[in-house]
Design a protein around this ligand. Structure first.
Ligand code: HEC
Length: 456
């Protein structure tokens, strides 16, 4: 009996080993051939593969898949051609939302062959003529599939490593949040034909509820990344949570700079943030300092916590720039120095002028979030924006427009090569008409990214 078992084990061992190494070798060869076709357009036995593109016969490297679908098969492309992600996990995925728009059915070996040879997608759509029609043999096509499966496991992608969640208040809580939610859900329709990473949104009633839900979520899923959490007013509480749970956050919807970890260093878990009020104030102060203003009058509201906090920042910056702070400005005084006034309160602007004894030759400074429609037009207003406020057509953009375009770009980049190759530490996001956002900036350089606009 014992011998029997021994024999059986021996057999099983030999058998498993043999078939194991066999498949491995077969796969390795196959993957190598697939890679050669994919990267250089060289098929079996060193022949240059052929194809027709827009009716023209082409061969070899000119029609290598990587030229259009990207080195890592995640899609992309030069100029006008946008080639989809063709990693096998995508093509073969039964859930079409995870694939390029338009591809309703998942690919199998037969429909993949048809796409390559005759240019039809899995659901029978004729593919754009920018996708060449290839003369590939069955085994070459099999090896492409082997390679497109293997490449997926080789590249570490952010998308694979992260489960992306957004955190927004339930509807009706904030106008901003409702618009953010709508536009975020619309990302895919703004980026038709481009693979876009999936996102789960958690809707919360209170910050406590938000953290509770986030806690539940991270228990269930590995490697969460929070995109565009709505944390206005509870930044510190949120940051404490993600710091202790080690959760990266991108594009937080906050009007403040990231909290400081220590002097001169921002919280490490915040990525892709716009300059907050603190940086905007610094940028405003520096802009007038360059124009030889020597005095600054601060308009703040002692009853408002935020206003008091911002006041400290301006005082600190004034000291650094060697500017005098005025608590009081005489109306109609003849002054021989240049004065600016900085607005640090969300108070209704129209009623405040008398009270603050301002006269119109004072240069007014204000961060855009405090700048309202009723701002007195007889003053010259210098407004700080955390982003480029107009697109190339001169259209003014709202924070919601800008935050969501950045977030959608982030989701697109997650499934493209750019972010993946940077191993999760992308340097910046770029979109639309010259919009750009850095991945991580320190408190000093963040104020350099503020946009200043003068309203005369
Ligand atoms: C000259 C550029 C170019 C080259 C080279 C190219 N493709 Fe494409 N490919 C495209 C474009 C563009 C599309 C999108 C067509 C459409 O959606 O109508 C596409 C679509 C596809 C699709 C369909 C994907 C889907 O989601 O339905 C597959 C599969 C594919 N290509 C595989 C390959 C393979 C494999 C190679 C190399 C043997 C290759 N392509 C080479 C441009 C190219």
């Amino acid at each position: 009996m014992i011998r029997w078992i021994g024999l059986f084990l021996f057999f099983w061992y030999v058998h498993a080993n043999a078939s194991g190494s066999n498949t491995e070798e077969f796969t390795r060869d196959s993957v190598a051939l697939g890679q050669s076709i994919f990267e250089s357009g060289i098929g079996r036995d060193g022949r240059a593969i052929g194809a027709t593109l827009h009716g023209l016969p082409l061969s070899g490297a000119a029609i290598a898949c990587s030229g259009c679908h990207g080195q890592d098969a995640r899609g992309g492309g030069e100029a006008f051609i946008v080639a989809p992600d063709i990693r096998w996990s995508r093509l073969n995925n039964p859930f079409p939302s995870r694939r390029a728009a338009g591809a309703g059915k998942s690919y199998d070996i037969f429909s993949f062959t048809k796409a390559i040879r005759s240019g039809y997608s899995a659901d029978g759509r004729q593919l754009d003529p920018a996708m060449p029609r290839f003369d590939l043999a069955d085994d070459e096509i099999n090896s492409l599939i082997a390679y497109l499966s293997a490449i997926d496991q080789q590249t570490t992608s952010l998308e694979k490593r992260f489960n992306i969640i957004s955190l927004l208040p339930i509807s009706g809580h904030s106008k901003y949040a409702d618009e953010l939610s709508l536009k975020l859900n619309d990302c895919a329709s703004l980026h038709v034909g481009v693979p876009i990473a999936a996102i789960d949104t958690l809707y919360f009633s209170t910050p406590e509820d938000a953290l509770k839900q986030l806690e539940n979520y991270i228990e269930r899923s590995a490697n969460p990344l929070v995109l565009l959490p709505f944390i206005m007013g509870w930044e510190d509480k949120y940051t404490e949570f993600i710091r202790s749970n080690n959760i990266p956050t991108a594009l937080p919807f906050s009007f403040l700079d990231p909290p400081l970890l220590k002097d001169g260093v921002f919280e490490k878990q915040w990525h892709f943030y716009f300059p907050g009020l603190q940086s905007q104030l610094k940028a405003l102060m520096r802009s007038i300092h360059r124009e030889d203003y020597t005095h600054i009058r601060i308009i703040h509201n002692l009853a408002d916590e935020l206003s008091v906090r911002l006041n400290e920042i301006v005082l600190h910056e004034a000291e650094r720039l060697n500017m005098a702070v005025l608590t009081h400005v005489q109306k109609n005084d003849q002054q021989d120095f240049k004065i600016a006034a900085i607005w640090l309160t969300p108070t209704a602007m129209n009623q405040s002028f008398e009270r603050f004894e301002l006269n119109p030759d004072i240069q007014m400074l204000v961060p855009v979030f405090f700048f309202t429609q009723d701002a007195d037009p007889s003053f010259s207003w210098r407004v700080a924006y955390p982003y480029k406020p107009r697109d190339d057509d001169g259209q003014w953009l709202s924070p919601v427009d800008v935050w969501t375009s950045a977030a959608c770009t982030f989701l697109v980049n997650l499934s493209s090569s750019d972010l993946a190759k940077n191993d999760g530490a992308p340097l910046y996001l770029e979109w639309g008409d010259g919009f750009k956002l850095n991945g991580r900036l320190d408190p000093e350089s963040l104020s350099d990214t503020v946009f200043i606009h003068d309203y005369e």
